[in-house]
Design a binder for this molecule. Sequence first.
Ligand code: NAD
Ligand code: LMR
Length: 329
Amino acid sequence: MSQSPVKVAVTGAAGQIGYSLLFRIASGAIFGPDIPVQLRLLEITPALGALEGVVMELDDCAFTTLDSVEIGDDPRHIFDGVNLALLVGARPRAKGMERGDLLEANGAIFTEQGRALNEVAADDVRIGVTGNPANTNALIALRNAPDIPAERFSALTRLDHNRAISQLAAKTGARVGDIRRMTIWGNHSSTQYPDLFHAEVGGKNAADLIDDQAWIENDFIPTVAKRGAAIIEARGASSAASAASATIDAARDWLTRSAEGDWVSMAVASDGSYGVPEGIVYSFPVTCSGGDWQIVQGLEIDDFSRARMDATAAELIEERDAVDQLGLI
Ligand code: NAD
Ligand code: LMR
């Protein structure tokens, strides 16, 4: 392994998602088998003891791709020189809570971490936000990191994207690998809009193939949009392994390349594409290559899609105004 190591920060590393995520990053799931990874793990002080146990387990895996592990509770130290920061650490919602309820509780974490990244991260840093409310936390972080270009920040809607693919595969009997061009528009919340009108199953338009508007409206969209709540209800805890897996998928595709002829869903700072207002972090269909992303342009948007895309944008504008009022941006 002759390539130089990449420094990856993970926050909330002693949490549920961390427990799935760290082992996959350490074993090469983002950067492949030839690039050594230096893990830099951030936790709050009371969780550092538990995190030491996780580090013992990382050691015990003897991953050939894991170069070093450093832990700590100071973001300025942990983020020093990082090329990728995965911001997972935040309180998950409990039964009956909406993600918006987390704005105040979690928002402050992202002002501090945005500032620390601004000061000490590597010049090429990419920042992926998984902690909820993910879109608005990413907005808080990017607004507190004025020297880092806004396009280096994204929030995770890949889990919703993967959930939508899985539901469509089950409905059509297709294999997951036959499904392309899935899109999640908007917020990682129950207002998100999973769009089947541009998705393809084995090269055929998904909505035409299904030919069942009632299923799309009353079954597919709510199942995907409320999947997080269904998992909390069933497990008594929010999704963890699937969230970690989606965090890996998103980082890998962003830093390497999305599949030829396909696109992925990523929440990024809106540039006004598709009439989505600037100043919010909104999920779009994007293609990625080498750490850059581009919003897929030119998709036709009918009235049904427009209404849903606007509703989820309106929720993000409300969240932005709320964190503005709280003085977080
Ligand atoms: P968890 O409670 O198991 O772990 C969170 C960890 O973050 C804890 O160990 C906590 O000590 C740590 N933490 C809290 N404040 C911190 C800070 N300032 N700095 C560093 N670490 C800090 O939660 P989890 O199940 O791992 O979920 C983490 C977050 O991810 C939650 O907000 C959850 O809602 C969110 N989530 C997002 C998605 C998505 O698709 N975007 C999916 C699932 C979960
Ligand atoms: C999810 O989508 O599983 C997570 O964001 C957890 C939640 O609060 O829904």
